[in-house]
Design a protein around this ligand. Structure first.
Ligand code: FE2
Ligand code: FE2
Length: 195
């Protein structure tokens, strides 16, 4: 259901809270993964380290895209301190550079753990500014939060392979499986059909 100008203030407030609380959840997830990483030894558990790092890099990439594409541009001209958005955008640039460097590395590489540690510390500093300064100011920003919330939700589900396209492909595969394989039609119901 597309949102309209007649959407109630309450609905917009709820949508804004939803947007911000999901972003905060992402922040928490990174913090948690970083703590977990600190308990690991990159020489003893290289695979576990790499899996953890990979997950964080993927999560950060999606999170950054959501903020860069939907949040920052929408609030930039409306927030009390637009500098906060500009600074955040520049911090994201540095973060992307660090992410790209780590993507080309493996646990055996020199300074792998150090690079990941520096990235996490950097992100946590950025997160502190978002949650401490930027997000509170957004409480007073009036815009179509419902639309932003919907766009972000759609992007998140696409990233998880649950977009409308993936669902349709899944449905087609189900039909094909039902039609061509009468032995065990239920086995065609793979959620990975879109891959
Ligand atoms: Fe950010
Ligand atoms: Fe963030």
């Amino acid at each position: 259901m597309p949102s309209t100008n007649s959407s109630s203030t309450r609905a917009q407030n709820a949508a804004r809270e939803e947007v911000l609380s999901q972003l905060k959840e992402d922040h928490k997830k990174v913090k948690k993964a970083y703590k977990q990483f600190e308990k690991l030894d990159v020489n003893e558990d290289p695979q576990e380290c790499e899996a953890l790092v990979q997950q964080v890099l993927d999560d950060l990439t999606l999170h950054a895209a959501l903020e860069e594409e939907f949040l920052y541009p929408a609030v930039k001209d409306l927030i009390a301190e637009p500098d906060l958005i500009e600074e955040a955008e520049i911090e994201h640039e540095s973060m992307h550079t660090a992410i790209d460097q780590l993507r080309g590395m493996s646990a055996g590489d020199e300074k792998y753990a150090a690079r990941f540690t520096v990235l996490c510390e950097y992100v946590l500093h950025h997160v502190k500014e978002e949650e401490g300064e930027m997000f509170p100011q957004l409480a007073r920003v009036k815009l179509d939060w419902e639309a932003i919330s919907q766009e972000m939700a759609q992007r998140r589900s696409e990233a998880r392979g649950e977009g409308p396209g993936a669902q349709m492909q899944g449905a087609e595969t189900d039909e094909a499986a039902m039609g061509s394989d009468d032995a065990e039609p239920s086995r065609g119901k793979g959620s990975r059909a879109g891959r």
